[in-house]
Design a binder for this molecule. Sequence first.
Ligand SMILES: NC(=O)c1ccc[n+]([C@@H]2O[C@H](COP(=O)([O-])OP(=O)(O)OC[C@H]3O[C@@H](n4cnc5c(N)ncnc54)[C@H](O)[C@@H]3O)[C@@H](O)[C@H]2O)c1
Length: 386
Amino acid sequence: MSKKIKVGVAGCGYWGPNLIRNFRSLSDCSLKMMCDLSTARLKHLKSLYPEVEAATDYKHMLNGINLDAVVIATNVKTHFPLAKAALLAGKHTFIEKPMAASVEHCEELVAIAKKNGLVLMTGHTFLYSPVVRKIKEIIDKGDIGEIRYISARRLNLGLFQKDINVAWDLAPHDLSIILSIMNEMPETVNCRGSAHITPGIEDVTTMCLGFSRQRSATIQSSWLDPRKVREMTIVGSKRMIVYDDLAPLEKIRVFDMRVERPPHYDTFGEFQYAYHYGDMYAPYIKQEEPLKTECQHFIDCIKYGATPVSCGTRGTELVSILEASSESLRKGGAPIHFGKSQDGHVPAAMTSGIPIKITTASLPARGTRTKRVSAASRPTIVLNGH
Ligand SMILES: NC(=O)c1ccc[n+]([C@@H]2O[C@H](COP(=O)([O-])OP(=O)(O)OC[C@H]3O[C@@H](n4cnc5c(N)ncnc54)[C@H](O)[C@@H]3O)[C@@H](O)[C@H]2O)c1
């Protein structure tokens, strides 16, 4: 039997316990430690998982118990120092979204991970959702035609954060999905918003992204809305997709609807737009917890030396958009122009859909892999259970 990957989780607030529950459930992972500054949080988690060691001292977690990997689910401003210390201590590192509070910090983490042959992954959870993978599959098959625009709304009352605005808190989810669908970085970003509750921290924002070929996306984020909304509409030249993440069953509906402009006309009287109203279908999607798939992916990448779908470079790109959105907010919504992907190419995960399996054949050449923990034979791994 191959060696289990020993993992510690830092941050046991709202989200950390979900990571703790999932890593603890994986058969090839051994959850060794939970770390938080709050003894009250640790006491609570210890009551749920008495076999897992609890500590307030992060240094002890890094140096005291011989972990293979560290998972960071603390407040965003602490991501960089904690992740840097973990990587320098030789630990494979998973950092919750957004990866860090600046591109400069992200780039430093990517460089340290690369130099030391360590897996660096960021928590773009929706990339591991079977619903988002289905959307990507439909789009990549050409079923909706050319994308015209994407509109996303992620609204609810709270949870207010003290160190980041609502765009940094909620928009990473929409951004990770939109970048994966668009297959490229935007050319421009602009953002408007307002701070109603905490001075200086916007609780309502609208971000607009401009892509090549006149494609665009808008992301509305709010901590001040009476209803919880998680919706995305993807409008294509042939069909349109409506994704409602809160719908219990039909999370995706594909509408065979479009509007076409006639190729030419002689007088205004002859001009008619061609509206097409067709069927709607809702594809069947097997329900799986995206976070569990994401946690398993991190463990698999460590075991087989593979680069994660949501690697440090993808995390850096996303933070570069958030940084641009903050700059735009400071400039009253002015557009910020910026360049292409950090590593200069479109990643495989973006071009060919999110890989659901790591196979022996799909592993990269030996020299380019990260450190492998297990030297055991490498069978096909099914990441999402089908
Ligand atoms: N992937 C997702 O869907 C998702 C969802 C929610 C939150 N998140 C992310 O998870 C992270 C945490 O968010 P949250 O809502 O749980 O925040 P939170 O404030 O509820 O919890 C953060 C915890 O980290 C602890 N902490 C802070 N500094 C520490 C340190 N130096 N050492 C040990 N513990 C420390 C705090 O005591 C607190 O308990 C954020 O990056 C957030 O964006 C991700």
